[in-house]
Design a protein around this ligand. Structure first.
Ligand code: F6P
Length: 375
């Protein structure tokens, strides 16, 4: 017997479709199988710093499977080790609030914490266990699909569906107006959404962080298409993409945490295409539409399986683990091995090769070869 009677659950970092499905699965598995109490912590780790929590019952799980966002709320500014504190004079500073987490974890009578989050939340959870002795179980989450220990994260399939749908819509208007249409999608370090959506939507150009681009092969692709009677083109740009020798484009920076929000690379690329190529260009930033709304079936299933396994690990005292998808099985991997290593697109991978084989340009090609490729 593990002696686990009461577990906490929180969602940290940016939200992703499927978070509520995980919460539902944790609560149901804990009630039906393990007969233990689940306490929902609100606002990510902020809820443990400021003691905001409530018991989750089966009634709370009604309708959760299809609901986007997270009923617990989340925050990507709630790292207890560097926690924003508002001083009496109104100024903000960073403090170490981890002692409050430890105190409130004990006050709530918890035996374990299930932390559902991305790399930041998982790294923070691993540190909680190592330094404060708080037993944790991790559930990986990110629409970017960039966590190396798991093959897919829930939320990615939904984001991909939204991005592909957007591309399909841009396709028809691009064709009608003979324009170049740019679609900027999410993906901080990894270009998985751009690569997959670009393939699914038949993009002529895919720009990702892992393959620095130059403008010449892109313009060569447009010219080659024009000559073949296709005077319009579709370009998918990952928000983290950058030109060869150039920098990423940021929309803003948080003065306190230094967190930089990406955004705007598509406008920069659009300007170059207009100025150097003379094309009429429109660009769309898809933004948080990729993160909101109901999860697609694949994400609902993956999230539910992750939640069930996380509940089992917690209930049986297997702490310091993260659930992961490997070869279609949900397995446990040591949290410490799962953090800090991002899963990036390998420019030499089969998927990139397949995209190139169907004529997609990534911006690193020889412009002359691209110009000739369409015959
Ligand atoms: O990591 C997930 C993600 O959606 C990134 O793709 C994106 O850059 C970031 O979160 C946006 O975060 P925020 O919600 O703070 O704008």
């Amino acid at each position: 017997m593990s002696g686990v009677r009461r577990i906490g659950v929180l969602t940290g970092g940016g939200d992703a479709p499927g978070l509520n499905a995980v919460i539902r699965a944790v609560v149901k598995a804990c009630k039906y199988i393990h007969h233990i109490t689940v306490i929902g912590i609100t606002g990510g780790y902020a809820g443990l710093v400021e003691l905001r929590a409530r018991e989750l019952t089966l009634d709370d799980t009604s309708g959760l499977l299809v609901r986007g966002g997270t009923i617990l709320g989340t925050s990507n500014r709630a790292n207890p080790f560097r926690y924003p504190y508002v001083r009496p004079d109104g100024a903000e500073e960073m403090i170490d609030a981890s002692p409050a987490v430890k105190k409130n974890f004990e006050k709530l009578g918890l035996d374990c914490l299930i932390a559902i989050g991305g790399d930041g939340t998982l790294a923070c959870s691993e540190r909680m266990q190592r330094e404060l002795g708080i037993p944790v179980v991790g559930v990986p989450k990110t629409i970017d699909n960039d966590l190396s220990a798991t093959e897919y994260t829930f939320g990615f399939a939904t984001a991909l569906e939204v991005a592909t749908n957007a591309l399909d819509r841009l396709h028809t208007t691009a064709e009608s107006h003979h324009r170049v249409m740019l679609l900027e999608v999410m993906g901080r370090e990894a270009g998985w959404i751009a690569l997959h959506a670009g393939m699914a939507g038949g993009a002529d150009v895919i720009l990702i962080r892992e393959i620095p681009f130059r403008i010449e092969p892109i313009l060569a692709k447009f010219r080659a298409r024009e000559r073949r009677g296709r005077p319009f083109s579709l370009v998918v740009v990952a928000e983290g993409a950058a030109p060869a020798g150039g920098d990423q484009v940021f929309a803003s920076e948080d003065a306190l945490t230094g967190w930089k929000r990406l955004g705007g690379i598509s406008a920069a690329v659009a300007r170059q295409i207009e100025e150097l190529g003379g094309y009429e260009v429109r660009s769309t930033i898809l933004g948080h539409i990729q993160r909101g709304g109901s999860p697609v079936p694949v994400d609902r299933i993956l999230a539910s399986r992750c939640g069930v396994e996380a509940a089992r690990l917690a209930a049986t005292g297997q702490f310091g683990q993260m659930v992961a998808l490997r070869a279609d099985q949900i397995v446990a991997v040591p949290l410490v091995d799962a953090i800090g290593k991002l899963k990036l697109v390998d420019p030499g991978c089969q998927m990139v090769a397949a995209a190139r084989a169907v004529g997609t340009v990534f911006g690193d090609e020889d412009p002359e070869a691209v110009e000739e490729s369409e015959g």
